[in-house]
Design a binder for this molecule. Sequence first.
Ligand SMILES: CC(C)(COP(=O)(O)OP(=O)(O)OC[C@H]1O[C@@H](n2cnc3c(N)ncnc32)[C@H](O)[C@@H]1OP(=O)(O)O)[C@@H](O)C(=O)NCCC(=O)NCCS
Length: 220
Amino acid sequence: MGECFSIRQATVDDVDGIYNVFCSVQLRGEGLDDPEKGFLLSDYKNNPGFYKQQIEDLIEEYIVCEEQFSGIVAAFRGGVLDNPDFNNGWKGSPYEWDTEMLEGLGIIDVDAVGPVGRYYTTAVHPEFRGRRIAGKMKRFFLQSDEMRIAEYVVSTIVEEIFVEGLPQSMKNMASIGSNSKLGAVKIGQSSRYRCTKTVFGDNVELIVGLYITPVNGLRE
Ligand SMILES: CC(C)(COP(=O)(O)OP(=O)(O)OC[C@H]1O[C@@H](n2cnc3c(N)ncnc32)[C@H](O)[C@@H]1OP(=O)(O)O)[C@@H](O)C(=O)NCCC(=O)NCCS
């Protein structure tokens, strides 16, 4: 990271900076963008009040990577260990499990996996890509006191979107590539379901992949 960047827990003073990063990665909503860039689906730009409030409400779950002198460049939020709401969200349906991958990780029963850390949305401003910032934030997340007992990090990734009226789907190659590089293994996939309130309106279907990363390989 050198002397130019620092990674730290976010504070309420970072709400605008985090919001700006989210805006920098949202899709234009006119046709399909370059999948290599990665994307988030929500329409952050048109709902500043709503999203800034949402960020502020969950500020303790955000980590920021800040460039000295210029401010925040990247943000993600990580969840709470053994969060019952979260466990309900990934251990049950709607995922189709990849039993071969699960076996490869030594997981016989998904319901018995734990403790896990939930890793939420990652976004790096386009100007600061390719500097391993995403990986450094994930390692920082694992160093927190709460995460010390975690055996796995689990993330859901929007892998592909299908927009009504557009001929082709779009994959999120940046997200898939970045997670795989950090040792994440895909263990399940949801069937296509409809997503509302996106930059494309309410006519978007998603394929969501569920990825799990053993933390041993990530801890420094
Ligand atoms: C995904 C994202 C966070 C990666 O951030 P980053 O800091 O540039 O990624 P890193 O520098 O840590 O990249 C590490 C590895 O990830 C992989 N990777 C990164 N960007 C990639 C891309 N566009 N396509 C394929 N692989 C990619 C590469 O293997 C890279 O390793 P390398 O440098 O040895 O080639 C960033 O592209 C982004 O913010 N995209 C838009 C938002 C998004 O899609 N977020 C993910 C949703 S959960």
